[in-house]
Design a protein around this ligand. Sequence first.
Ligand SMILES: [Zn+2]
Length: 361
Amino acid sequence: MLKLRLNSEKRVILFFIILIMSFIMADEAYAQSGKKITTVVIDAGHGGKDPGAVGKKAKEKDVTLSVAKMTGDYIKQYCPDVKVVYTRSSDVFVSLLRRAQIANEKNADLFISIHCNANASPQPCGVETFVMGEHRNAANLEVAKLENAAIMYEENAQEDYNNFNPNSTEAYIMLSFFQSEYKNASLNLAEHIQNQLVQRVGRKDRGVQQAGFLVLYKTAMPSVLVEIGFLSNPAEENFLNSKDGQTYIASALFRAFRDYKNAYEKENVTEGPAYENNNIAAATDKVLYKVQIESRNRKVDNPSQHYKGLKDVSYYEHNGQYKYTAGSFDTKKEADEYCKTVKTKGYTSAFVISMKNGIRL
Ligand SMILES: [Zn+2]
């Protein structure tokens, strides 16, 4: 290895070279920003000889196809700049591997796989959205086993999935090593989907989950698999089998897509660090005074839009809650003054807090 013996003068020069390089690199990072979501793949689970879960009246392959098409139609209608690609648009069988290949060939920005759940008991109901990862409980493993069993209908399964046995728990531990570099983005999209399905369509929340899905592990983009309800639950089957139910679900999936897209493209604008990095400014030993606006269970998608008219909107986390603040002042007096302004904008329970190093004192 080369040993660098530098005198102090050279060290100063080296320091400046590194400094300048880092500015150039930061600049390039910004130049890459402004990226847009231009292609989304909508994957209707199962199809053809593979019916998926079967309820008393409905088959999963029919429900997923219908919801997939409606979701795609909404995206085409309201986001005309986005290209919608379906892995299937009719009742045909498509292998799990082929679905991922389609997404990769089209250079898709997002992959959304739509499925229905089923259980031996008629009780379970609700929605859950999966990303590729290690399952944390037996129920998640069961969902993955059920969905991966689709490869039983495939002729080249042994070859295509390296002798993967969808019923072997060990196989899933191996599969979970495929940690996607898109995991955070996938989790983010999954949050949007759960949020919409639960808060806007009133479905029971089973949360964002992780497990090993063969349809997800080869996609080279943020990817999720959403279980839109249980065909084994009579009430939910009726909902999923109805035109109304499918319309609600599809519009929720569309809104989740739109919200993700808006947030993603907003974060990519060339104005420097995203709003969520505001706390970096507070990472000094200086005490700063801020006005706490409100406390929320979930992050706000687009804070500058949501808290329009308020300045320096930021947040900190405490006990799993997101506490949103506005303003940032050196003195309590200035913060008290701004707090009055915030209250006139409708945030009547706003109050002043002091922070140091991004932590509330
Ligand atoms: Zn399925």
